[in-house]
Write a protein that binds this ligand. Structure first.
Ligand SMILES: *Cc1c(COP(=O)(O)O)cnc(C)c1O
Length: 374
């Protein structure tokens, strides 16, 4: 058995002829930058999201940065985000000389704890960046209520949850990333919709704001060599767009495969009392970018990871050091975030991807049970 965290090769093999032919077409056309496929993919992705404007860019980190730039936040403005997230979310805030304001996460769902947001809002607060971590939506209904009340922008970091759905109290549903002012996503190869290099996009609700994001991604110009605002250079390559346009057709199928794998894990791991399997909030679907366990403190996580590794089973820790303990993001506020601190010690993500077989999962769980002497 060759178990991987993500099996990109296995996934490619199944769509090889389509991908190869689309890539070859781009090479034959030599339209490597801003080729027609970029716009075509943006249109198809827009359709997929139910009509959001889609602005493509070079990666998910740029998408967050361009979103913040487009909203014209000023240095010193405060931006609220979860402390349990990938560094990119905080990085772009700090890079633009905005003030990241960390909030702890919900102990069951690992996403920003909405009940702790309002106490951190000050006159300088301008935006909230909820992160749909591991593949399930933040409680967006509460986020939007708070944002409206305090006149804040909402930028959804959807890098891990493309294709997940949020259900509002009235029963209506919206896709992750299409609820706030701007949703940002990443096409990093291992993401749920991954290309064969770097890529990213923004889902923008307002047409004018979408134009502005587009301009910023393109050196602040809408007419060549006429630079109206300060921008950057952030483009999705045509080859990546061609690959993504093929893979987008399979995205729902890919989400389903991940959900099925999660169900198999849930069943196989259900009787191990030292391990907590992921919980899904009633308001969200889960697209399982990660399948993340919480181990109880009787388990030595290091030893368990080593044992699994010796048996050919990879596992990962997302994330081992909370942002407020990172050298670059430490503040003198001396804050503590008990849930995030606990998660950094006890989480463990198991392999999950579109090609994972139940035989592989049975093997993985049998080794976990062997380690725990079940
Ligand atoms: C992957 C990721 C990003 C950054 O995406 P890149 O394309 O690697 O720049 C941002 N936020 C979260 C939560 C991510 O998982």
């Amino acid at each position: 058995m060759n178990i991987q965290m993500v099996d990109l090769k296995g996934q490619y093999k199944k769509i090889k002829s389509e991908i190869d032919s689309e890539m070859q077409k781009v090479i034959d056309s030599t339209a490597f930058i801003k080729g027609p496929k970029v716009e075509e993919f943006a249109q198809n992705l827009s359709k997929y999201t139910g009509g959001s404007n889609v602005v493509t860019c070079a990666n998910g980190t740029d998408a967050l940065q361009i979103a913040l730039m487009a909203l014209e936040l000023e240095p010193g403005d405060e931006v609220i985000l979860p402390v349990h997230t990938y560094v990119a979310t905080a990085e772009v805030i700090a890079l633009l000389r905005l003030e990241p304001i960390f909030i702890d996460v919900h102990p069951k769902y690992f996403t920003i704890d909405v009940s702790q947001i309002e106490e951190k809002i000050t006159p300088k607060t301008k935006a909230i960046v909820p992160v749909h971590l591991y593949g399930q939506c933040v409680d967006m209904e509460s986020i939007m209520k708070i944002a409206k009340q305090h006149n804040l922008f909402v930028i959804e970091d959807t890098a891990q949850a493309i294709g997940a759905y949020f259900t509002f109290a009235d029963g209506s549903k919206k896709q992750a990333g299409t609820i706030g002012d701007i949703g940002t996503t990443s096409f990093f190869p291992s993401k749920n919709l991954g290309c064969y290099g770097d890529g990213g996009a923004m889902f923008v609700q307002d047409n004018e704001l979408a134009k502005k994001c587009q301009m910023i991604a393109n050196h602040g110009q809408s007419v060549k060599y006429h630079h109206d605002i300060i921008g950057c250079n952030s483009r999705l390559d045509t080859i990546q767009a061609a690959i993504l346009d093929v893979k987008l057709k399979y995205l729902d199928q890919y989400s389903k495969a991940r959900q099925n794998a999660a169900t198999v894990y849930d069943e196989l791991l259900g009787d191990i009392k030292e391990i907590k399997t992921p919980e899904v909030a009633a308001y969200s679907t889960h697209v399982y970018h990660q399948y993340t366990l919480i181990l109880n403190d009787s388990i030595d996580r290091n030893e368990m990871q080593t044992f699994l590794k010796e048996n050919g089973i990879p596992s990962m820790i997302y994330y081992p050091v909370p942002l407020h303990h990172q050298k670059a993001y430490r503040t003198d506020k001396n804050e503590s975030f008990p849930v995030t601190e606990k998660l950094s010690k006890y989480v463990l993500s198991l392999p999950i991807h579109t090609e994972l077989t139940s035989a592989e999962q049975e093997f993985i769980v049998s080794k976990i049970k062997e380690f725990l002497k079940y």
